[in-house]
Design a protein around this ligand. Structure first.
Ligand SMILES: Cc1cc2nc3c(=O)[nH]c(=O)nc-3n(C[C@H](O)[C@H](O)[C@H](O)COP(=O)(O)O)c2cc1C
Length: 166
């Protein structure tokens, strides 16, 4: 990296960087795992596809997240892509005790032991293929073991800090 670019990045205003990154419109997922007999879940918009053959996806987990150990050590994760009518779940899966995040929600437990949220427009169940430490996050590349999607339903979109039905 040349010196000018490096200096620029070091002095960069983080909220301006977040605003610029927020121009990339994503969906919203709740990623889940099961570790030591406990279900963990968090809201995520870093999910993306990587490869069709083999089927690989990724998302990145903050090192400071309370569920970091669970996601990096449990051997896999499931991804529930939220429908627009699940927008209330976005905040719910960002904070608080794990059992409260799932309490009262209709869930399906997959053969892997991980849960997905009923009503999601799509879900993917993945084994952890590879993790790459990158800055304050780890990129978790998963191999898709099982998945489903519904043709109706409106995926929840997220961009510039706003949520919209797609
Ligand atoms: C729209 C949105 C997207 C998010 N995407 C991610 C993400 O991709 N990776 C991540 O680690 N945290 C993401 N977060 C933050 C987590 O949901 C969570 O708040 C944070 O990791 C703290 O989780 P903890 O209570 O499990 O420690 C996102 C939050 C929001 C509101």
């Amino acid at each position: 990296m040349n010196a000018d670019v490096h200096l620029n990045l070091e002095t960069l205003n983080q909220s301006a960087l977040k605003r610029a990154m927020g121009c990339f419109v994503t969906g919203i997922a709740v990623v889940t795992t099961r570790h030591d007999g406990v279900d963990f879940g968090m809201t995520c918009n870093s999910f993306n596809t990587v490869s069709l053959d083999p089927p690989l996806v990724l998302w990145s987990v903050q090192r400071s997240a309370s569920s970091y150990e669970a996601f990096t050590r449990s051997g896999g994760y499931a991804v529930s892509i939220l429908d627009a009518d699940q927008d209330k779940l976005v905040r719910r899966f960002t904070h608080g005790p794990q059992e409260e995040r799932f309490a009262g929600l209709p869930l399906t437990r997959l053969e892997s032991g991980r849960v997905v949220l009923d009503g999601a427009v799509a879900w993917f169940d993945c084994s952890l293929e590879k993790s790459v430490s990158a800055g304050d996050h780890d990129v978790l590349i998963g191999r898709v073991l099982d998945f489903a999607s519904q043709d109706d339903g409106s995926p929840l979109g997220y961009g510039r800090g706003e949520f919209k039905a797609f």
